[in-house]
Design a protein around this ligand. Sequence first.
Ligand code: NDP
Length: 225
Amino acid sequence: MKRTALVTGAAEGIGLEVCRELARRGLRVLLTARTLEKAQRAAATLDGEVIPVPLDVTDAQAARRIDEAVDVLVNNAALYPPHRGEGGVLDVPDEEWRALIETNFLGALWTARAFVPGMIARGYGRVVNVSSDYGSFGLGLKGPASYSVSKAALNALTLKLAEDCARAGDVKVNAVHPGWVRTKMGGKNATRSVEEGAREILRLATLPADGPSGGYFHDGKKYPW
Ligand code: NDP
């Protein structure tokens, strides 16, 4: 049976690469982006069954309007603050807190709420939350405050959602740090290609039934929460 995957924020960067590879492996891919035009332009560059779908992850109801049985959900869409690291918690403007929390954390919650109940009902699902080393308490919550807090919240969501799915058959929820990747967000000096950044996301998106759930991973290894 052909599985259906949905990737958020997939018009470029790591998300686009994840779509390319999932389609190459024979999945039906819903390539989503903030606008239909962006999704269409990106989907046209890929081979396989890739369907462009508009999805602004900050719209709490938008994912629910996508009438699809999603088996693999990759929460990839994210924002990074434009100042790239200046200022602590007390300096961050209201709009930045709202935008980062709504995109990087609530965006993943809204898609999970739309698609995970179907996974549980069908007894199969893979959810991959694309996090960051900056969201790791264990590594000191580095980076800009709004980004770091939003990714730490995404990690917490990963654990709590995995708990909800623990008795739901073969439904797995994991988080991943992709490494420092050459994209719009990572910049041109980053150490990894998009192919390298996508690799662990793809592993978690296609885990076998005896694979882990409720984990945080980087390069195939457990990562500190
Ligand atoms: P990019 O900035 O290249 O891509 C992120 C995508 O998310 C953009 O296409 C952006 O679209 C989209 N997006 C933003 N807001 C929304 C929204 N409201 N609805 C839908 N889509 C939205 O980033 P990367 O590919 O580098 O990042 C992918 C993931 O990897 C992110 O979660 C990021 O935090 C994580 N990551 C990346 C690292 C890196 O070094 N690159 C390091 C650690 C983690 P638009 O242009 O319309 O805003």
